[in-house]
Ligand binder design. Structure first.
Ligand SMILES: Nc1ncnc2c1ncn2[C@@H]1O[C@H](COP(=O)(O)OP(=O)(O)OP(=O)(O)O)[C@@H](O)[C@H]1O
Ligand SMILES: Nc1ncnc2c1ncn2[C@@H]1O[C@H](COP(=O)(O)OP(=O)(O)OP(=O)(O)O)[C@@H](O)[C@H]1O
Lengths: 216, 216
């Protein structure tokens, strides 16, 4: 497994440190707040009170031999940017950081952060799409190119086969990868599978094609 | 389209209100902070300064005829719970709310919130899995039953066909739904497709099967 350092133990940082530790990684967790450090100390390898904008304090705390470091300070942009800069100066190969907004994200990328995440924004955008479509249970953007959606089968679909509805030979760039039926999942259903009432179809496709499908 | 009310315009609430408006919905946006209300007023149907824990103020602001209302106040648990209660009393059919932690989430469910979201937690768990596996680019939990992952093809896979590697007839509950090749996406690749260097496979499968695959 790998060595991770998590700087900032707010909601995001704390969950991340705990999840990484649960997956068997070595995790160093830091925050300026004593109580937050104490709460997590039983679950990670090292938990210490450190001002993460101070490069000497980070070096002393053993951050330098981490494979990946994550800056999880969203609201305090100054602390986030100073901490990310310190990590790059310490030679950490991969630095990931949470950003408050696009401008904050751009600054982090300029100083060499390899991946910027926007937890609130990504969740908000996904939820907005799910709430807007009546049939769609969940839409996941896998990349700008293709999307996966879960759609409850409507009345016209019931009794028809997948081959009839999704005509794979027309290569429309959309395929049904699974059917959720009651508590059971059929992964890779054959074209001859007949749709039943209550089925939820899991569909992967090129984003434009999937958008057309939802509008029908 | 539908009528939405968004209560609380922090990072999550603001992004949600903007995304819902962009999808063509009618959006009412409320916050106790005047500046936040002003910032969003050009992009939504109605933006007002309202104390969202006050049911009379909400009624006056026209919340009652919304199809869906979202409580986007995470850190202030008291305000979140009082606002959610007020929405249920106003008879809003679907109430969604952001929660700070599991306990907060349980209280919201008890008072009748239909969907509780944890933006920081869900993002942290996903990121932890991606950072832990070297080949895996992204893992998305579609449900407790099945998962979708993007995996960079390794040296042993190059030159082999999908049918050879994923033997669909063995029905292992795992299928390759797409291949990302350079900037191109092949959705629903045939079994005869040969894997090339640099390919990224998008695989859907039963969660246990996918976990086994990652460990190989
Ligand atoms: N200089 C610093 N050194 C170490 N920790 C810090 C420093 N500045 C802030 N923190 C800590 O970082 C954590 C997260 O900070 P902040 O509140 O900016 O992020 P957030 O994005 O609002 O968090 P959340 O994940 O809860 O949404 C807090 O626990 C705070 O104590
Ligand atoms: N009683 C209230 N009525 C209306 N708005 C309120 C009330 N209490 C708090 N708010 C607003 O709700 C917004 C979000 O609140 P809070 O800071 O609790 O959430 P958060 O989860 O930290 O936000 P974020 O989405 O930024 O992570 C703030 O803009 C705040 O002004």
């Amino acid at each position: 497994r790998k060595h991770f350092a998590v700087l900032g133990l707010g909601r995001f940082g704390k969950c991340l440190a705990l999840s990484l530790a649960k997956l068997g990684n070595t995790v160093l967790a830091f925050d300026i707040d004593e109580k937050l450090v104490q709460d997590i100390s039983d679950y990670v390898s090292v938990a210490r009170v450190v001002d993460c904008t101070d490069i000497e304090a980070l070096r002393e705390a053993g951050v330098a031999n981490s494979d990946v470091a994550i800056v999880a300070m969203g609201t305090n942009i100054e602390a986030s940017v100073l901490a990310a800069m310190a990590l790059k100066d310490l030679g950490i190969p991969i630095v990931v950081a949470k950003a408050m907004n696009e401008t904050h994200g751009k600054i982090l990328e300029k100083i060499g952060v390899s991946r910027v995440v926007y937890p609130e924004k990504e969740m908000a955008e996904k939820l907005a799409r799910v709430l807007t479509s009546t049939n769609v249970m969940d839409i996941i953007d896998l990349s700008p190119d293709y999307t996966i959606l879960e759609e409850r089968a409507n009345a016209q679909m019931v009794g028809k086969t997948l081959a009839h509805l999704f005509e794979p030979d027309k290569r429309s760039g959309v395929i049904v990868v699974a059917i959720k039926r009651n508590d059971h999942i059929i992964v890779g259903p054959p074209g001859s599978e007949k749709i039943r009432e209550g089925d939820v179809l899991v569909i992967v496709g090129e984003t434009e094609e999937v958008k057309k499908l939802i509008q029908e």
